[in-house]
Ligand binder design. Structure first.
Ligand code: NAI
Ligand code: 15L
Length: 281
């Protein structure tokens, strides 16, 4: 199936003015979303570690500014003149704690502190379904269900969500925390029949998270309209104006019998991450 980007006309305009910043711009989702954000017509700053950033194609008009999330003063400089941030940067998988601490915990602290100092108004935070990966695949939950991280990566995203709430309550910085499911071109396995988000749905969701009015601090899941979805998000999606177009079920034949191995990986929502670790670092 050919999937197209939502055009700038397909979603209502973002609030006028203001530069956007995309962190993690050189990563898998960053490369996908950079052209979408450039399409809004707003000034766009792209950031990542210097090495990966140097190797990514820049959309017309975008500026590149390398920055390590763990470097507080550099983060503060990165956020100067920014109105809203899409924060994708960091470690994106379960693994040893030290890199997660550096990029996801110190990094997200630096992000919100810099946002406070520089007067940034909104953060769209790429959280993860692994905040609740400890629920069973028979469970259906909504964004208010008590967290059950499936590892240190999921726990680091939960910390980011906590900062989102703190900086909304204390400093009036709005956040939309997107607990993204499996963001891939097509569902890779049986688990993803529940967790998949298609590229065009992800693009729409991020634009909605940037433009919806009065979000305060909102947490929701990022998946397509999958009939097997574990997450009930009608209310939060309606607040954002997100109307997913795809359903993983359309790919059920192509997925075939690609099951995860028996045990916690198959029984719990977090899937493969349940089989990673512990680490002795
Ligand atoms: P990725 O690993 O491809 O991209 C992450 C980017 O962050 C990389 O380009 C990396 O260089 C950068 N980064 C890492 N440490 C950094 C640091 N200290 N300073 C500055 N930049 C640093 O990951 P992907 O798949 O593009 O995911 C993007 C975001 O979305 C991540 O935060 C991930 O946790 C989240 N997410 C992704 C999902 C997916 O299915 N791809 C699902 C759920 C959440
Ligand atoms: C995530 O949070 C990861 O960043 C991504 O690599 C996938 O593993 C995804 O979750 C998932 O749960 O499929």
């Amino acid at each position: 199936m050919v999937q197209t980007s939502p055009s700038a006309d397909a979603v209502p305009s973002l609030p006028p003015g203001g530069r956007l910043l995309l962190t993690g711009a050189a990563g898998t989702l960053g490369r996908q979303l950079a052209p979408t954000l450039a399409g809004t017509g707003r000034p766009l700053r792209l950031s990542d570690l210097a090495g990966p950033l140097a190797h990514m194609p820049l959309p017309a008009g975008a500026e590149a500014m390398p920055c390590d999330l763990a470097d507080g003063p550099a983060m503060c400089a990165l956020m100067a003149g920014v109105q809203a941030v899409v924060h994708l940067g960091g470690i994106a998988v379960e693994g040893p704690y030290s890199p997660i601490l550096r990029a996801n915990i110190i990094g997200v602290y630096n992000l919100y502190e810099a946002a406070r100092r520089q007067g940034v108004r909104r953060v769209v935070f790429a959280s993860s379904n692994h905040v609740t990966g400890g629920y069973g695949v028979e469970d259906t939950i909504d964004p208010l269900a008590p967290p059950r991280p499936d590892g240190h990566y999921g726990a680091s995203k939960l910390y980011g969500e906590a900062l989102a709430q703190l900086y909304w309550q204390r400093h009036g910085i709005e956040s939309v925390c997107l607990r993204i499911g499996t963001a891939e071109p097509l569902p890779p396995d049986r688990r993803a029949l529940a967790s998949w988000i298609s590229p065009r749905d992800l693009q729409q969701l991020v634009l909605c998270a940037l433009r919806a009015p009065d979000v305060g601090c909102l947490v929701t899941y990022g998946c397509s309209r999958n009939r097997r979805a574990w997450w009930r998000c009608d209310e939060s999606w309606a607040r954002l104006g997100y109307e997913p177009q795809d359903d993983a079920e359309a790919h059920v034949d192509a997925v075939g019998e690609r099951w995860l191995p028996e045990g916690p990986q198959r029984d719990l929502q977090g899937g493969r991450f349940l089989a990673i670790g512990p680490f002795d670092d």
